[in-house]
Write a protein that binds this ligand. Structure first.
Ligand SMILES: [Zn+2]
Length: 267
């Protein structure tokens, strides 16, 4: 009995050893503190992880990862110079002189903000691209402010109950966790779906489990047309009725809306 309990504890521990803690989004900022002489152009990138506070992910980790992008943004900021300031005028706020100068400074300020926003957007795009190209398929470890390690994989953030798993062991656990999630949502979605009823009544062959797993992994659990994660369906590229089969190559993930518009286009 004691042996059974310890085995159960061990299984529970294995089950609890990885936890999804949020989605990763990258925020980027470029600015120039022109008002104070001690400060120059500056740029920063932060990972925002839903369900975690901003301060949990320290800036310096991101600075190291996006060093080249930040350097380029700082160079851009140097070129556009400091933000124009609206000065203090003694002539009274309703004097024509003040109004004209205010208007000119306001226009210069608006133009500055447009330039700064475009640098910020460019910085965000470059960091997004870099993340997707270089980091999204590897496990990336970030030490948070609370000295807890967070692991990023494919735009999701995870934490593990033990710090000593190898990358491969962590990846296997993440895949298993995602698979568990996939099975759960599939069960819920298929509960009342027409295709499932037809499969159950034997009107059409069921898509094998291993094909579902492979398709879900390949399409990263989102609609291949619009990227949505809502109401996903397994779509036969060549319909069963037209001789298509239940192979990974003939099946893709589509959301309900994209699947419906595809059907409407075929008819
Ligand atoms: Zn879609």
């Amino acid at each position: 009995m004691g042996e059974y309990n310890s085995l159960q504890n061990w299984q529970t521990k294995i089950k609890m050893s990885v936890k999804k803690i949020g989605r990763v989004t990258i925020g980027a900022h470029a600015y120039y503190s022109g008002g104070r002489s001690s400060e120059g152009p500056s740029a920063s990138v932060d990972f925002k992880v839903q369900a975690m506070s901003w301060s949990d992910i320290p800036g310096e980790s991101c600075h190291k990862l996006f060093k080249d992008e930040l350097t380029a943004a700082i160079e851009h900021m140097k070129q556009i110079g400091p933000e124009p300031k609206i000065g203090n005028y003694t002539g009274g706020s309703d004097s024509e002189d003040y109004k004209a100068k205010y208007k000119a400074y306001k226009a210069a300020g608006d133009e500055y903000k447009l330039k700064r926003d475009s640098i910020t957007n460019e910085l965000k795009n470059r960091c997004d691209e870099k993340y997707d190209n270089e980091f999204a398929n590897t496990i990336m470890r970030i030490r948070t402010a609370k000295h807890k390690d967070v692991f990023f994989y494919k735009r999701n953030a995870y934490c593990f109950d033990r710090p000593d798993y190898s990358d491969e062991e962590m990846l296997l656990q993440i895949m298993d966790l995602e698979d568990e999630e996939r099975r759960k949502f599939e069960r819920l979605r298929n509960k009342f779906s027409k295709a499932e009823q037809e499969e159950k009544s034997g009107k059409r062959p069921a898509i094998p489990e291993d094909v579902r797993i492979a398709v879900w992994r390949r399409d990263e659990g989102k609609c291949t047309k619009c990227g949505s994660r809502e109401n996903l369906e397994y779509d036969h590229i060549i319909p069963i009725s037209k001789g298509g089969n239940n192979t990974v190559r003939n099946i893709e993930l589509l959301c309900e809306a994209c699947n419906r518009s595809k059907r409407d286009n075929i008819q």
